[in-house]
Every structure is written in structure tokens, then in C-alpha cells.
Design a protein around this ligand. Structure first.
Ligand SMILES: Cc1cc2nc3c(=O)[nH]c(=O)nc-3n(C[C@H](O)[C@H](O)[C@H](O)COP(=O)(O)O)c2cc1C
Length: 325
């Protein structure tokens, strides 16, 4: 399939794997890129710029296809060495960067000078327009159903995507809630030029996470995610578990007085315990409502080929039937 996104990133299929903390290692990104999508290494999962440089080199050993790096600008206790990470990306010859969390304007000149295409993840039309105005090449429009940080507006993709199409001139992909070919076709119909998937890629053979994480995704339904940190205006959609329910009780009890320190045990430093050790109740981890649509653990190639075959069949066989006189 050829879209503005496949052309922009030099990929075969309009499917991007969004950056995911402690999931987006070289193995994940290479598997997606080898399957014809755009794999993304999560920059901040690497503790230092030198580690990121090493991860980029490892990914290049595993694929000769294009892949990208995610740079997340989230409110944190300590500011990461962003200049160092940007340098590692440029020196590593990476040609695609997914930015998220905050306005990337400060880093755009360096990235653009290096010939890097920047896709910024946004949860609102106004942020997407801002991204366009500062020179981002594309936008990943992340609806309320997404895993991770859906923002504070709560607009689902059924509205957000056509709204983005009304306003944007640059290409965008539909992010949040996507798992199959029906949704890819719907996203294209709503004005997107492709899709970005997070949660769906965790339940693949190559995802370098503990088997317990994959099984938790298979066992969950679309009713099993929760929104945490809403009172802190840092809302995150996560899979429910004992720690999440504990956190929600604290949020209810403390109300507007809650501070990050009150919930630090449930959210800080929990990803390695969950993703690498499989301790599923260790804390809150991002997960989308799309878990309700995930019923198997294919390879990335099987997953992407299946999505493209389903989309192809819908476009060629189902849709033309509606035009019959
Ligand atoms: C486990 C997990 C970790 C994530 N970590 C990040 C991150 O570090 N930075 C980021 O920009 N997005 C992160 N995301 C969001 C994804 O890149 C993507 O936007 C989101 O998962 C799309 O929604 P979906 O899960 O419904 O497909 C994460 C998502 C998941 C599921």
C-alpha cells in the first residue's frame, strides 16, 4: 500500500510501532521494520545517550530497513540529557523520530538539518496544528482509547481523526485502539495515511517482554483499563491490577490535595519489574482499550501481513459492493 506515510518514511506498509517504555528495544523495532512497518526504539528506556547509541547500532545489525527513535518529553523529576540523546540519534544515522509529551520545537532544527523526518504524537487538534506550524513532518493523532497518555480532553478517535483531517495539511496516522485491518481501512477513510500501534505490538512473539505481560494482554478485555493520575493532569491509561486499584483509592481519598509523592510507589520505576521480570502487580503500566481485540501472539510479520491482507480484502471486495447500482 502506498500512502504519504509510506513514502515519507520509506516503508512498505503504513504501520508504525509507537515508542513504548521498556518494550521498544532494538529487538522490537527491528522485528516491525523487517516486517515492512516502521519500528521505533524508545530513547529514554536507554539510561544514557551512549546506551541509546549502542541500541541503535544493535538495531542496525538486525535490520537494513528504516527504523526510528522515540523521544518523550514528559514532566519528570530529573531532566534527561536530551542534547545527548538527539546527538546519538543523529550520529546513529536514524532518519525518523517520534516525539511526544511536549512541544519538540527546540530540537527540530538539529533533527531537520540531519535529514530526519519528525512525527509528533498529539492528543488534540490544537496540538497537531502547533506541530504543523513549527515544522513537524507528520502527526500521530492519539485518541482517548490509547494506551499511555491520552491527554485531558477525552476525545475518541471516531471524532478526533476526522477533526484532524478538517484542519491539518501535513499527513497524520491514527494512533490508539488499532489492532486489525478493518481499523486501518477506517483510519484511511477518516483521513489518516496510516496507523500507529502500541499495545498490539506487545503481544507479538518478538516483543522483548516477559511472557506474563503477553498473557495479561490476552486475558484482558476492553473493560480492564483504568485512567490514573487524572488529578495530577498527567492522565495515563493502564491495565488494572492490585497496584492500580490501590492507587485509585488513594486518588479518591486525597482528592485535589494529591501529590506525585503520594503515588510514587505505584508508578515510579515499575516498568523493569513488569516488562522484564513479569511481576504483574508491581505497578501501573500503559495499556490501551484495544486489549479487547487482541486474542493471539503472532510474529510481527504475521501480524502486519494479516492486517494488510484484511485491509486489502475490505477495500477490494467489501467496499466496492456498496457502490453497485
Ligand atoms: C507499555 C506502553 C508504554 C508506552 N510508552 C511510551 C513512551 O515511553 N513514550 C511515548 O511517546 N508513548 C508511549 N506509549 C504510547 C504508544 O507509543 C502509543 O502511542 C499507544 O500505545 C497507542 O495506543 P494503543 O496502545 O491503543 O495502540 C506507550 C504505550 C504502551 C502500551
Amino acid at each position: 500500500m502506498k500512502t504519504a506515510i509510506t513514502e515519507m518514511f520509506g516503508i512498505e506498509h503504513p504501520i508504525i510501532q509507537g515508542g513504548m517504555h521498556f518494550v521498544g528495544f532494538a529487538e522490537m523495532a527491528a522485528a516491525v521494520s523487517n516486517a515492512g512497518g516502521l519500528g521505533i526504539i524508545t530513547g529514554l528506556t536507554q539510561r544514557t545517550p551512549a546506551d541509546l547509541a549502542n541500541e541503535i547500532a544493535r538495531c542496525r545489525d538486525m535490520t537494513d530497513k528504516p527504523f526510528g527513535v522515540n523521544l518523550t518529553f514528559l514532566p519528570g523529576l530529573a531532566t534527561p540529557d536530551y542534547p545527548g540523546y538527539v546527538k546519538a540519534i543523529i550520529d546513529g544515522g536514524v532518519k525518523a523520530v517520534e516525539t511526544a509529551g511536549n512541544n519538540p520545537v527546540k530540537w527540530l532544527p538539529m533533527l531537520k538539518d540531519a535529514g530526519i523526518k519528525v512525527i509528533h504524537k498529539c492528543t488534540a487538534v490544537r496540538h497537531s496544528l502547533k506541530a504543523q506550524s513549527i515544522g513537524c513532518d507528520a502527526v500521530s493523532v492519539d485518541g482517548f482509547e490509547c494506551g499511555g497518555h491520552p491527554g485531558e480532553d477525552d476525545v475518541p478517535n471516531w471524532i478526533l481523526l476526522p477533526r484532524a483531517a478538517e484542519e491539518l495539511d501535513i499527513p497524520f496516522v491514527a494512533s490508539g485502539g488499532v489492532a486489525n485491518g478493518k481499523q486501518l481501512v477506517a483510519a484511511l477513510a477518516l483521513g489518516a495515511d496510516g496507523v500507529n500501534m502500541g499495545t498490539r505490538f506487545i503481544a507479538t512473539k518478538e516483543a522483548p517482554v516477559h511472557e506474563n505481560v503477553k498473557q495479561a494482554i490476552l486475558a484482558a478485555t476492553e473493560l480492564d483499563t483504568r485512567l490514573v493520575m487524572r488529578p495530577l493532569r498527567n492522565t495515563e491509561r493502564v491495565l488494572t491490577n492490585a497496584a492500580v486499584e490501590r492507587l485509585l483509592v488513594k486518588e479518591k481519598e486525597l482528592g485535589a490535595n494529591i501529590k506525585f509523592e503520594d503515588i510514587i510507589a505505584e508508578v515510579a520505576g515499575v516498568y523493569p519489574k513488569i516488562m522484564l521480570e513479569g511481576t504483574m502487580d508491581a505497578g501501573a503500566w500503559s495499556c490501551g482499550m484495544v486489549v479487547g481485540l487482541i486474542h493471539d501472539i503472532p510474529t510481527c510479520k504475521e501480524l502486519i501481513d494479516g492486517i494488510m491482507a484484511e485491509a486489502d480484502a475490505i477495500i477490494r471486495k467489501r467496499l466496492p459492493g456498496f457502490l453497485a447500482a
